[in-house]
Design a protein around this ligand. Structure first.
Ligand SMILES: Nc1ncnc2c1ncn2[C@@H]1O[C@H](COP(=O)(O)OP(=O)(O)O)[C@@H](O)[C@H]1O
Ligand SMILES: [Mg+2]
Length: 231
């Protein structure tokens, strides 16, 4: 089975070589655990290979994100990097602005339509949606959500892109069952110190390293120590 790099060497090792392309994955973790940074590594790996990549932000305004990611040395101003700002605060291009809870489903349909439109225009290989938490929180009915989410994954799958989504929701969630792989970023208290740990929870069609491995966020971004243990 062919593999594509996440852009983080140690994580590729944990994944037995990388992600299986053309599938959807979930990156889970609390705030500040490095979900967005990991997604940037993934997209920039594509940019490095001359691929066009698509980043959709639903929480952090794209300009703030660009600043942060420039600071970490990512080539975020490359013409191969296409960003869609779907944050609620941005007035003009927001899909959710002024929408009530009930209207959100409509907003989500709009968002999916916009993503598809963009995917029709260009050939993208890697897509990130950061985060999907909002979608989950606004579709209250579990069956409704499940249906919406599956429908969405099917639509995106048609374009043969590798999709990464981030989520702040813990535990075993509906999404975990529906995606091809789940990676979790966490912090632990070890001997009074806070340590970051990454774990692969699921990778369909492949073996993977089931051990939680330490990682750090530095000026160069995320670094995973795939030979080391936390405990
Ligand atoms: N240069 C750096 N050195 C060390 N840690 C950093 C650096 N830049 C960012 N971070 C860490 O990365 C975190 C933000 O990562 P981010 O990918 O935005 O997380 P998430 O998307 O999970 O909220 C910050 O909380 C900070 O701890
Ligand atoms: Mg983030």
């Amino acid at each position: 089975m062919s593999r594509i790099s996440t852009g983080v060497k140690g994580l590729d090792k944990m994944l037995n070589g990388g992600l299986i392309p053309g599938r959807a994955y979930l990156i889970k973790g609390g705030p500040g655990t490095g979900k967005t940074t990991l997604c940037m590594h993934f997209l920039m790996e594509g940019v490095k290979n001359g691929e066009k990549v698509l980043y959709i932000t639903l929480e952090e305004p794209i300009e703030i994100l660009r600043e942060d990611m420039r600071g970490l040395g990512f080539d975020i101003d490359s013409p191969l990097f296409v960003g869609i700002d779907a944050t609620p605060v941005k007035e003009k291009r927001s899909f959710f602005e002024g929408m009530h809870y009930e209207e959100f489903a409509k907003g989500f349909t709009e968002l999916v339509r916009a993503i598809k439109e963009r995917l029709e225009e260009d050939i993208f290989t890697r897509v990130v949606i950061d985060p999907i938490t909002m979608i989950r929180l606004t579709i209250k009915d579990e069956l409704d959500y499940r249906r919406t989410f599956i429908g969405f994954l099917k639509e995106i799958a048609k374009y043969n892109v590798t999709l990464l989504m981030t989520s702040e929701i813990y535990g075993i969630d509906i999404e975990d069952y529906l995606v091809s792989g789940v990676i979790e970023l966490r912090t632990f208290e070890v001997g009074g110190k806070t340590v970051r740990g990454v774990r692969v929870l699921k990778l369909r069609g492949s073996n993977f390293d089931e051990t939680t491995r330490p990682y750090k966020i530095t000026d160069q971004g995320l670094e995973v120590y795939s030979e080391e243990n936390i405990f």
